[in-house]
Structures are given as structure tokens and as C-alpha cells.
Design a protein around this ligand. Structure first.
Ligand code: SF4
Length: 242
């Protein structure tokens, strides 16, 4: 259900500043994270259910409508050079007036913006123009989502087209080498260049991440992909950007 957002306000789950980018080509970079509320998927292993899952949290308490200027004031309190805008699914709010204002504010101050999306929504022309970078993370079958909700051909075509600008990286969470083969099939079907694909081993514990990394590395190299072990900035603050 669309979230009613007054002008110049966005629905926020949390803001973490500073923290580290959790996945994608800039994994490990210092940043601030603005996590927006609401998602159009319900992945079984989602590590940020507080941002969307009304069966686990009281969303009227967990999500807050905030003025964009207040969101930015908190996010920029640690003077980051990079702001990750994630969710939930942040592009659910890309038509809110506050959205463009937030990106324009960052651009005016030479602060990079990186939007992390599940890849199911087509970016507006304004979104595509204003953001510095997109990390598009389509979900595989282990998310528990049916194919028709997690892989939207119109959206994937739009992201693949936008990739020609150099603004787009794809990030896939995998559990084993067979998942990497699935990514290779999707890349072929949707014309996604292998060099802009980052493979992210699933897991929250270092032992599990290490196990998956060992299993998938050879297949990642075989297909010309990149590997981005997930960063757990728990010693810094807050939770992982997804
Ligand atoms: S798309 Fe991301 S935020 Fe939404 S349910 Fe899946 S993992 Fe969670």
C-alpha cells in the first residue's frame, strides 16, 4: 500500500552516521545510511524487517515521517562524503517531493549519493539523473519471493539500459555456487554486463560468510563477476545497509 507522504517529508526507518557500506562495489567505504521505510517484497531472511514488516513491529512507531532537512542534518552529522539511501525499498518514495530535494541537496554539497534498491521498480528520469550511483540487488529464489514479484522484466531492462551511463552496479546475495550460475543466466537474459555484477556471500556470522565465499569464488571468477564480502560494521554502529 502506498505510504502517504506530505511534501518535503520522507518516511524513515533509521539513520546511521557514520557507518560502512555493506555490499556492492564500495563495500567497506565510510558513509552515512538513510534507511527509508516500506518495501514491496518480504524476503524471508530480510535483516531489516523493522523497516517494513508490520507483523513484527508496530510500523506506526518504527517508521517516522520526517522533514528532509532534518533527515539530512542527522545523516551529515559525521561529515560523510557518501550517503547510502536504502530501505526497505527506497524507490517507493521516489515520487515524493522530498526525494528530489534530498538528492539535489547532496549534489549541491558534492556529497555522493548511492541508492540501494531491490531492482523491481523503474527509476524515474529525475532519480536516474540526480543520484550518483545505484546498487541494484535483485533477489534470488532463496528470498522466498515468487519470480514474478522479485524479477520484473521492465525494471531490469531499465536498470540494464541505465548501466550504460556507468551509474549502476548489480549485487546478488548468494548461498552457493549454483546461485552464481543462476546469476549468470539472469545476466544473459537481461543483458547485464558481467563486469558490473558483484556477488555477495550470504550470512551474518563470519564463519558462514567464509564458508560461502570459499564455495563460490571459483565460479565468480569463471563468469567474470566481482566478489564483495558483506561488511558487518557492528563495531561502528547500527545495522547493515542492504
Ligand atoms: S527487498 Fe530488501 S528490505 Fe525488502 S524484504 Fe527483501 S531484503 Fe528486506
Amino acid at each position: 500500500m502506498p505510504l502517504p507522504v506530505p511534501p518535503d517529508m520522507l518516511v524513515v526507518s533509521e539513520i546511521v552516521s557514520p557507518t560502512l557500506v555493506g555490499d556492492g562495489p564500495l563495500a567497506g567505504w565510510r558513509c552515512a545510511v538513510i534507511r527509508l521505510g516500506g518495501c514491496n517484497l518480504a524476503c524471508t531472511w530480510c535483516d531489516v524487517p523493522d523497516s517494513w514488516d508490520g507483523s513484527r513491529v508496530e510500523l506506526q512507531v518504527a517508521l517516522v515521517r520526517r522533514l528532509v532537512r532534518n533527515i539530512l542534518e542527522e545523516a551529515l552529522s559525521s561529515s560523510p562524503r557518501l550517503v547510502v539511501i536504502t530501505g526497505g525499498e527506497p524507490l517507493l518514495q521516489q515520487r515524493s517531493p522530498g526525494w528530489a530535494g534530498m538528492l539535489e541537496f547532496l549534489n549541491a554539497r558534492n556529497i555522493e549519493s548511492e541508492i540501494h534498491t531491490n531492482g523491481t521498480l523503474v527509476p524515474t528520469a529525475e532519480t536516474a539523473d540526480l543520484a550518483h550511483r545505484f546498487v541494484v540487488s535483485p533477489k534470488l529464489s532463496h528470498s522466498g519471493e515468487p519470480t514474478w514479484t522479485r524479477l520484473r522484466p521492465d525494471a531490469l531492462r531499465a536498470w540494464a539500459d541505465l548501466a550504460a551511463t556507468g551509474k549502476v552496479a548489480f549485487s546478488f546475495v548468494v548461498r552457493d555456487r549454483m546461485d552464481v550460475q543462476t546469476v549468470a543466466s539472469l545476466a544473459g537474459i537481461h543483458s547485464i554486463p558481467s563486469e558490473i555484477i558483484w556477488i555477495s556471500p550470504e550470512g551474518s556470522l563470519p564463519s558462514r560468510i567464509s564458508e560461502v565465499t570459499t564455495d563460490v569464488t571459483e565460479t565468480v571468477l569463471l563468469h567474470g563477476f566481482n566478489l564483495a564480502p558483506r561488511i558487518s560494521p557492528l563495531s561502528v554502529s547500527g545495522s547493515l545497509p542492504v
